[in-house]
Design a protein around this ligand. Structure first.
Ligand SMILES: [Zn+2]
Length: 419
């Protein structure tokens, strides 16, 4: 199995929007750009909702059948570890192996020495193609980086081999993610990590480093866009070098765990892909669920009433809902409207506060982030929520497709301006 140059990871918390999401890839296809859909759902999400990975697979298969999608598509076991991978083995064919927790754990000194001795080519100046400056790596730098990351890569090897023994080599797409950690990895570190991954025999097709800047869930990037572009260019060049030098799969590309809605860096991502003729896997978060809320609010009546009730409960349980996502959200409590205020909102007031239209004065990023992590409230409502999704399918689908295509796929893969 081989991942296409362009691919988009998309979340579907309640497994009701796969068709509307696939429709966005069909729109790209009609523009002559093949963007492979990958449905991602983490163990954390499944646990909060009480769903099983098989439900994601069933929803994806049904959508593919309904829309006669004949190109590849995948189900991603997102951010899995040795402990959580089991229930993803049967239904998934894409594995995001998360080793962030092992970063900084020390590998045995003999492993470090072995790694350093095996890689004299990493010492000194390394000229990457397409980049003016060169990487300079000292022996100390190499050793320090190995001390920081080698244990994590060895851990990834364990997880990879567990999946490989269950599914067979070549029958799934392996990704390694290091994004859920405190400190960004530099492009030099990425190159050294890739050498270690190749040593470990993991044929990764995507790698997700942590970039500098804030990648909060469902809201825009916070950081220096020019710095991001520079860093991404170096990462892409380092990947190309590692593919040649270490024989990693030639379609290896960056996986940008965007958390959705990183509108301000999308032009930089597009420009970098163009510059290096590189691909990208753009992983978005489960903001499709926010499009469900927008659709329900837009539908007015029962839908709007439910959307308001969900806000009221999310407001009341904000601390508990935010806790698992503390490192990837920034909510200003003083910007959250009271449930009493929201109770008298019109459909238009609700949707324009929630919908992420940059520059719109009504858009409220704190409210958006709170609702983003508030999906547990809807999950608890069970059929009451799902029945309304089904009753309002058309209006919700329109929002889901438009959001994924216009705001994400078109700017990143087609280079169109985001709206
Ligand atoms: Zn991630």
């Amino acid at each position: 199995m081989r991942l296409n140059k362009y691919s988009v990871g998309t979340g579907d918390r309640f497994a009701h929007q796969a068709k509307a999401q696939l429709q966005a890839c069909l729109l790209a296809s009609q523009q002559g750009v093949e963007v492979t859909p990958v449905w991602n759902k983490s163990n954390r999400e499944h646990t909060i909702i009480g769903s099983e990975p098989t439900s994601t697979r069933q929803a994806a298969d049904a959508a593919v059948k309904a829309l006669h999608w004949e190109k590849p598509y995948f189900c991603d076991a997102d951010h899995i570890t040795l402990q959580t991978v089991d229930r993803f083995l049967a239904p998934c064919d894409f594995y995001t192996i998360d080793v962030a927790d092992a970063i900084g754990q020390h590998a045995p000194a003999s492993d470090i020495d072995q790694f350093v001795n095996r890689h004299p080519e990493l010492l000194g100046k390394i000229q990457l193609s397409g980049i003016d400056e060169a990487f300079g790596i000292t022996a100390e730098h190499l050793k320090n980086t190995a001390e920081k990351f080698l244990a994590a890569v060895k851990q990834a090897g364990k997880v990879y081999r567990k999946i490989e023994s269950a599914k067979g080599a070549g029958n799934f797409i392996p990704e390694i993610s290091m994004d859920e950690t405190d400190r960004a990895q530099s492009p030099v570190e990425l190159l050294i990590i890739l050498a270690a991954i190749a040593d470990e025999g993991i044929p990764i097709q995507t790698i997700a480093p942590k970039f500098s800047g804030r990648f909060n869930k469902g809201v825009d990037y916070v950081g220096d866009v020019a710095q991001f572009e520079k860093e991404m260019a170096l990462d892409v060049a380092a990947i190309a070098y590692a593919v040649r030098q270490y024989g990693l799969p030639d379609n290896l590309k960056l996986s940008v765990h965007s958390g959705s809605d990183k509108f301000s860096i999308y032009p930089a991502i597009h420009a970098t892909m163009r510059r290096f003729d590189a691909g990208v896997h753009l992983k978005t978060a489960g903001t499709t669920w926010l499009e469900e809320l927008i659709g329900l609010a837009e539908a007015d009546g029962d839908g709007l009433a439910l959307a308001k009730q969900i806000y009221a409960e999310a407001f009341a349980h904000a601390d508990e809902l935010c806790a698992p996502y503390a490192t990837v959200i920034d909510i200003d409590p003083t910007k959250l409207p009271s449930p009493q205020e929201v109770a008298v909102w019109t459909s238009e007031q609700y949707t324009s506060a929630l919908r992420h239209v940059p520059g719109s004065p009504a858009y409220n990023s704190s409210l958006r982030q709170l609702l983003h992590v508030g999906f547990k409230i809807a999950a608890k409502m069970g059929h009451r929520y799902l029945d309304l999704l089904e009753a309002n399918e058309a209006i919700i689908a329109k929002n889901v497709t438009e959001n994924l295509y216009q705001r994400h796929i078109a700017p990143v893969f087609l280079g169109q301006r985001s709206i």
